[in-house]
Design a protein around this ligand. Structure first.
Ligand SMILES: Cc1cc2nc3c(=O)[nH]c(=O)nc-3n(C[C@H](O)[C@H](O)[C@H](O)COP(=O)(O)OP(=O)(O)OC[C@H]3O[C@@H](n4cnc5c(N)ncnc54)[C@H](O)[C@@H]3O)c2cc1C
Length: 419
């Protein structure tokens, strides 16, 4: 079975690895020269299995005017005249009811649990100690008692789903992460998630690329821009790239925020909207955190990257690219004010910006498409690294199930009795 995986971000390379492990011949295609050149390159590196709360929920509704008028420092959604934006926005609003938010949260927790287990399996397979050495634990800060109450209810749901999370007082937060004693903002406590970790997404993607090339029949065609999906009689037959056509039996789309452009070539579309975020990677300061610390109020996280600290966050829609530097500067200034000793802010910082592939429900699209042989693994929003391993296993299962079905059909056609 020859399978094309389109896109070499964290979703694509993890999918290729798992399909390769299953014994398929896999070819990964990406327009970039190296793996993890899109949203997977400089993200916050959080394996945030219990912090998968979907963005649409009832409480977001009253915050939308702030986000859309540019008054919020962390989230800026600029209204534009564009049918995709309006369609996505209406679907987003539909997902802001309590019932849908609960249903989406349950779906996310299920995928997160599967991803945690699948990542543990990967950690035993990948060479080196990359996955066993990951810094553990994450604290999500609550500024006021009201914020604390907002964290408590979902914490109970997460505990009921088997996640090891607990609410902590301010002093308990500081005893878990002593560097928080130098935090300059207000906080009265937080939520502690013990099993969450930090993993450099670029290192993971490179390790998966190397392991899948070495151990399995997986090839990478980098520098290939996919121009078109080729479909005949509602069955996918391959793709056309700037270097010619490639045929196959199945195609897995892992194109992140750019999936729509290719789907248009076969008259289809998906509800994925690109929302930009930023990261700064700086040398660790004298009070660098050992674990991750998320500030939901300012919408960013401080993550331990060994001798470096990565500060990542913000969420912008429809802001032009010439605003990237300005947003990076804003992130730096807020971080410096809140946690002056966490990083060496005077050093040269590496500003990076990437586009999260956001769905209106917050739940990724991991499914078979209406076109035979075409599968979707995309729309992982702010959680692609966290959910990559579980999503890849789900796709591999769908591929396996379809092969089983075809083999049963073939046997029936040949009049062989099926037990
Ligand atoms: C600031 C920020 C912080 C984040 N922090 C976290 C975090 O801590 N934890 C977490 O789990 N997630 C985090 N995320 C989200 C995560 O980065 C994404 O969900 C994830 O990277 C999406 O992976 P992907 O493989 O779907 O997309 P991408 O990594 O964008 O990969 C898509 C690939 O498709 C290729 N491509 C697109 N179109 C074509 C074409 N026509 N031809 C050929 N190739 C094409 C691109 O070159 C790209 O390499 C963060 C995101 C941002 C922006």
């Amino acid at each position: 079975m020859k399978i094309l995986v389109l896109g070499a971000g964290v979703i694509g390379v993890t999918t290729a690895y798992v399909l390769g492990r299953q014994g398929h011949e896999v070819v990964v295609i990406d327009k970039a020269d190296a793996v993890a050149s899109g949203a997977s390159h400089g993200n916050a590196g959080q394996l945030a299995y219990s912090y998968v709360d979907p963005f649409p929920n009832p409480s977001i509704l009253k915050k939308l005017p702030r986000y859309m008028s540019g008054r919020d420092s962390g989230i800026k959604i600029k209204p534009v005249m564009n049918t995709h934006y309006y369609r996505w926005g209406l679907l987003f609003l539909r997902n802001c009811t309590a019932a849908r938010a609960k249903c989406n949260m349950d779906t996310m927790l299920g995928l997160a649990r599967q991803s945690m287990e699948a990542m543990q399996r990967l950690s035993t397979e990948l060479p080196g100690d990359m996955l066993s050495e990951i810094p553990r634990g994450k604290i999500i800060l609550a500024k006021t008692q009201a914020d604390m109450i907002k964290l408590e209810k979902p914490a109970l749901e997460k505990q009921a789903s088997g996640f090891d999370v607990e609410t902590l007082s301010r002093d308990e937060c500081i005893s878990k992460e002593p560097a928080l004693s130098t935090w300059q903002g207000d906080f009265c406590g937080g939520l502690f998630a013990k099993a969450e970790g930090t993993l450099d997404p670029l290192r993971l993607c490179r390790a998966l690329e190397n392991a899948s090339k070495k151990q399995f029949s997986v090839a990478f065609k980098m520098g290939h821009t996919i121009k078109r999906l080729n479909v005949c009689d509602n069955k996918v037959t391959g793709v056309t790239t700037n270097h010619g056509s490639i045929t196959c039996d199945k195609v897995i789309m892992c194109l992140g925020a750019e999936a729509n452009a290719l789907l248009k070539t076969i008259g289809k579309s998906c509800n994925i909207y690109p929302m930009r975020g930023y990261s700064l990677t700086l040398p660790a300061g004298p009070q660098a955190p050992k674990m991750s610390v998320t500030d939901p109020l300012n919408k960013f996280v401080f993550a331990n990257f060994g001798d470096k600290v990565r500060i990542a966050g913000f969420l912008d829609a429809n802001l032009s690219e010439d605003k990237i530097k300005m947003r990076g500067k804003m992130l730096l200034e807020i971080a410096k004010r809140l946690w002056p000793e966490a990083a060496d802010y005077s050093a040269e910082n590496h500003l990076w910006a990437g586009y999260r592939p956001m769905t209106p429900s917050g739940v990724p699209i991991v499914e078979t498409s209406p076109v035979e042989g075409l599968y979707y693994n995309m729309g992982h929003g702010s959680l692609g690294l966290t959910l990559a391993a579980g999503s890849a296993e789900r796709i591999a299962k769908l591929v396996w199930q379809s092969m089983q079905k075809s083999s049963i059909k073939r046997r029936e056609k040949n009049h062989v009795l099926v037990p």
